[in-house]
Design a protein around this ligand. Sequence first.
Ligand code: ADP
Length: 613
Amino acid sequence: MARKASEKPAAKAPKTAPEKAEVKLQEAAAALTAEVKAEEKKAKAPAKRVSKPKAPKQEAPKAEKSEPKAEKPEPKAEKPEPKAEKPVKEAKPKAKKEAKPAQKKEEKTVESKPETKLEPQAAKVEQPQPAPKAEAAPAKKKILFVTSEAAPYVKTGGLGEVAAALPKALVRKGYDVRVVLPLYFNIPGEFRRTMQYLGCCYVSLAWRYQYCGVFTHMYDGVRYYFIDNEYYFKRNGLYGHYDDAERFAYFSRAVLEALPIMDFKPDIIHCNDWQTGLTPVYLDTYYRGSDFCRTSRTVFTIHNIEFQGKYGEDIIGDIVGLPGDRRSLVTYQGCANFMKGGIECANRVTTVSPTYAKEILDPYYSFGLQDILNARRYKLSGIVNGIDNERNDPATDKALFKNYDKTTVSEKYLNKTGLQQLLGLPVKPSVAMIGMVGRLTEQKGLDLIRSVFDDILAKGIQMVVLGTGDWKYESMLKDMQRKYPEKLRAIINFSSDMASKIYAAADMFLMPSKFEPCGLSQMIAMRYGTAPIVRETGGLKDTVVPYNGSTGQGNGFTFYSYNAHDMLYAIERAVGLYYDYKDDWKKLIANAMNADFSWDRISEQYVELYDRL
Ligand code: ADP
């Protein structure tokens, strides 16, 4: 699939038998009539609907691109640029002209390659969409969710989870929500093989003019679109490349350029994190004349303000490609800052918990963005994330040694003994086990743990830590495991299977974050009947209520200051309750398991937000 991406658009006009088949399927479902129109439109729009000849597979160029510094930015860069990167090298300016004559070879185009094979499967995927309660849909707003990752295609953290679960919850409520993300090389073949190619267009980026293929796929009732350009996305890993500024500036603009190919006119364009921060900027600068987004309103959600997309100011002219009077929108404290662009131009700015929305107005939490956020606080709010209760269910999770639910939580200990055996820890069903799953970074409070690690492990407990991250924390954990082989296991790895086992096996889940925009792990832990021990910051404060023995209320343990001994004291309270107050412990666990963090409930707050726009 990705191979197709960088192939040259051969300018053929598509219109195919498979498409007709799809139309038939969709006729049965009233809610999908829009798609039918989309297909028809594409057929009429040959220039976009070019099929790509099986050009010899093009390698993502390493770094051939040289970036002429002093090129003047071309807001509408129509002209082909000889320096443009490989994938684009192909056809560029000719593409549009070739498209028309090629129009007649429609069958050939659509039948070509992946589409022929994929159509039946794609149809299969689409069919089960029992027209998401389409009767009510027309009145509801149409939402395009723009994200740099989404489970199950690609996920590196909380954003990927949210980008899957929120759209799914909204679709179930009858909203027409579509998700768009880059077509990364990392997306498993099982998905790429069943995607459908919709068409292509070209995206101006300063002096560049870049190819943009558009693929689509259905999953969990949600329609996903994938922006395809092998030069930018056929690489290992999602982030951390030398040219991330260019990759995500491209993506942010390609999303808008591709709307006619998607045949989607969103009422709301919901952007997420710095990788999509330029979308509202481009929308206001270049696309307000487009029929597809003339009246679109925008939401920009900050999932973690630590990562802002900050670069040298020179990239605004050389890469972002904004006219002079618009450049200040993405300039902040002498740098280009993509997140600032999103904050400036979006109609609403949200973050992922109400407490974090307040915290980021303060320099301690804002990573320098407090000034712009305070200036724009009238449009800032926080909505706590939810979790996907279907994917995080101890009753059905296949990774567990023993499944259980609220009524059979007494059997949860079998997961502890199973994990102890698996990891070579002493098998003791009654010992208090503390679990940790997460990135091993300063944000997650590893410095606090390091300061009092010996004291924690002296508490008559076992501890299991799963994560990857900074070398200094990884080696600290390995050192401590060598020192305490009977008490500690540090698994330096990313494994969803092991994460599930730990959530289920542990009695307590430690999350002493320095800051935490929302945090999903503490909610997953509670769902698995594991008591969270957290610092009162961001979403941790909004989701964990300290247990009160006299009222029997509360679902975990908390401490306020970023202080190692305050954390140690919270651990002592938890371990004390676990060993000495069994009835209270049961109440606490019942409270944790009864807490409702479902997206079904939480998505209502997004509905209200969208409706107010
Ligand atoms: P963040 O987004 O800051 O990394 P969150 O708590 O919001 O933290 O989300 C982290 C998600 O990633 C959780 O679902 C957690 O279980 C999962 N996760 C983190 N590290 C690992 C790991 N090493 N292996 C498996 N899952 C992990």
